[in-house]
Design a protein around this ligand. Structure first.
Ligand SMILES: NC(=O)C1=CN([C@@H]2O[C@H](COP(=O)(O)OP(=O)(O)OC[C@H]3O[C@@H](n4cnc5c(N)ncnc54)[C@H](O)[C@@H]3O)[C@@H](O)[C@H]2O)C=CC1
Ligand SMILES: O=C1O[C@H](COP(=O)(O)O)[C@@H](O)[C@H](O)[C@H]1O
Length: 259
């Protein structure tokens, strides 16, 4: 990617994971919601993704977008996800196609398909021995308004790809935690995404050639109910972490290695 990459939600957790891993590999243009406490190492603007003018300005000269900004709370109320997640994503796509951006990477979520985790399937589906796998071809099945907003973001991508030709990669991110998988949380361990693997999958999404994709963004956890096949095939994603290798007492995984 020779042109700058616009990163929205850059001040958040996923944004930090992406920047920690890929800071030197791209020319970044950050979109922050509010002024940062410390001066970022990259070009940045302050703006809201629902503000057409701010978004159009941020898109100037950009070759690709990683769109993370939004309300990430599974409990988020409808007015918030309607504005920050759905309207904000529509504004981002409009501005991206107007500016001729080639590639749009969207932070979707496990919550877009959360209702597949029925009482009958859980908690067994969170275990290594279970062979139940979602692979990205299933219909969205959200279990909350936040999940609805993520499914809507994926469908917006489908529309903007079909109608305007922009390449779209929806990454259904699992559970990002720094340094180690969630403790005492089977579901979170099954869909853990380490910080380095988060950077890896976003690098792949910026580099690969594709039309429209839905992939799962998790580490290569032994216990998983999301398939990594599509992310491997379409993006060349090669995750290096695995929640099963992390032992609270032994700290076996080496989280210092380069991505
Ligand atoms: N952290 C996780 O495990 C997961 C995150 N995601 C998605 O990844 C994205 C980033 O999530 P996190 O980094 O965890 O959240 P975060 O809350 O740490 O970061 C989100 C950032 O977006 C900004 N933002 C919110 N509304 C905005 C608006 N209207 N205009 C401009 N900026 C706005 C916030 O100020 C914040 O800096 C979200 O879209 C979330 O739904 C999806 C699945 C899992
Ligand atoms: O989409 C998201 O998913 C993760 C994991 O969900 P959880 O219900 O197991 O916590 C969540 O932590 C994150 O905030 C959210 O944006």
């Amino acid at each position: 990617m020779d042109e700058p990459v616009l990163l929205t939600g850059a001040g958040g957790r996923v944004g930090q994971a992406v920047l920690e891993g890929l800071a030197d590999e791209y020319e970044w243009q950050l979109l922050l919601h509010s002024p940062p406490d410390d001066e970022p190492d990259h070009e940045y603007r302050i703006g809201d993704v629902t503000d057409e003018e701010a978004v159009a300005e941020a898109m100037d000269g950009v070759g690709a977008v990683i769109h993370l900004a939004g309300d990430p709370r599974p409990s988020a109320p409808w007015p918030s996800v309607l504005s920050n997640n759905i309207d904000g994503t529509e504004k981002m796509y409009e501005a991206a196609v107007d500016a001729g951006v080639e590639k749009f990477v969207f932070a979707s979520s496990n919550h877009a398909v959360g209702a597949y985790e029925t009482d009958e399937r859980t908690p067994e589906m969170y275990r290594e021995s279970d062979d139940y796998r979602l692979d990205g071809t299933e219909f969205p099945r959200p279990g909350n308004h936040y999940g609805v907003s993520k499914a809507a973001g994926e469908v917006l991508g489908r529309y903007y790809h079909d109608e305007h030709g922009i390449s779209v990669c929806n990454v259904r991110i699992g559970n990002l935690t720094r340094g180690h998988p969630p403790i005492d949380y089977e579901r979170g361990q099954a869909m853990w995404l380490s910080y380095p693997d988060c950077a890896r999958i976003h690098r792949c999404a910026l580099e690969a050639d594709y039309d429209f994709e839905i992939v799962y963004g998790i580490s290569d956890n032994d216990r998983k109910y999301y398939s990594l096949e599509r992310a491997r095939e379409a993006l060349g994603y090669d995750p290096q972490d695995n929640s099963a290798e992390w032992d609270a007492d032994e700290h076996v995984a080496d989280y210092e290695r380069d991505v």
